[in-house]
Design a protein around this ligand. Structure first.
Ligand code: AP5
Ligand code: MG
Ligand code: ZN
Length: 215
């Protein structure tokens, strides 16, 4: 099964992708995580994407498609995966369809996690991420058992440098301009499923799993 998670910054793509990946045994591919790891390691890729991320702008399609395609070609993606934060432009969506079609595969569903804008700001300002396994926490709605420490792997929690008020505003602007056209794209393909992302984390997860599990 190949799934795409769509939604604004802070909608809960990472949270739900990590849940889906555990429950359905699908590999989780998060373009943002791949870029952040490259920045952390100081690789050439990291140096080239950092300025875009700090400004809340999209990394150019060429680079993004290359990085995600490489990840998709690894053996753990053969049976499927859940894409989080990719595709984000029509160019990326078409490139992904093409890459999968070359292997006789296709996207099964695109889940759109819908959340009101003022809720997104609250979520991002209280978010903490695990440096090792990238799982997101929230200081109010989903705090870790031990402050500053990941429940799953014991890794250190940190706040993303692009979660400042100004950068979040820019990320939202970019999302509405460049990513929302994907809703029509997947709707036209009959693959779009809307999920109420304003509910609690478990409720949203139940909705998603309910749609995905064979009846
Ligand atoms: P990326 O890392 O993808 O960030 P984003 O899309 O802005 O989304 P976020 O990760 O901020 O939000 P999320 O939906 O994952 O929410 P989360 O689950 O953490 O991209 C970062 C940057 O990389 C981009 O700006 C761009 O520069 C570059 N980039 C990445 N992909 C790219 C691409 N394809 N093309 C070009 N450039 C690209 O949840 C947020 C918070 O809310 C957490 O604290 C969580 O605990 C809490 N929460 C989650 N769900 C709920 C709930 N149901 N109720 C209450 N709280 C909740
Ligand atoms: Mg995320
Ligand atoms: Zn962790």
């Amino acid at each position: 099964m190949f799934l795409v998670l769509l939604g604004a910054p802070g909608a809960g793509k990472g949270t739900q992708a990590s849940f889906i990946s555990q429950h359905l045994g699908l590999t989780h591919i998060a373009s943002g995580d791949l870029f952040r790891q490259a920045v952390e390691k100081g690789t050439k890729l990291g140096q080239s994407v950092k300025a875009y991320m700090d400004k809340g702008m999209l990394v150019p399609d060429e680079v993004t498609i290359q990085v995600v395609s490489e990840r998709l070609s690894e053996p753990d993606c053969r049976e499927g995966c859940v894409f989080d934060g990719f595709p984000r432009t029509l160019g990326q969506a078409k490139a992904l369809d093409k890459a999968l079609a070359n292997q006789g595969k296709a996207i099964d569903k695109a889940m759109y996690i819908e959340v009101a804008e003022e809720e997104l700001l609250k979520r991002l300002s209280g978010r903490w991420i695990c440096r090792q396994c990238q799982v997101p926490y929230h200081e109010i709605t989903s705090p870790p058992r031990t402050p500053g420490e990941c429940d799953k792997c014991g890794g250190e929690l940190y706040q993303r440098s692009d979660d400042t008020v100004e950068t979040v505003k820019e990320r939202l602007k970019v999302y509405f301009a460049q990513t929302t056209p994907l809703l029509d794209y997947y709707e036209a393909e009959g693959k779009l499923i809307r999920v109420d992302g304003g509910l609690g984390i478990e409720r949203v997860a139940e909705e998603i799993i309910g749609v995905l599990k064979p009846k």
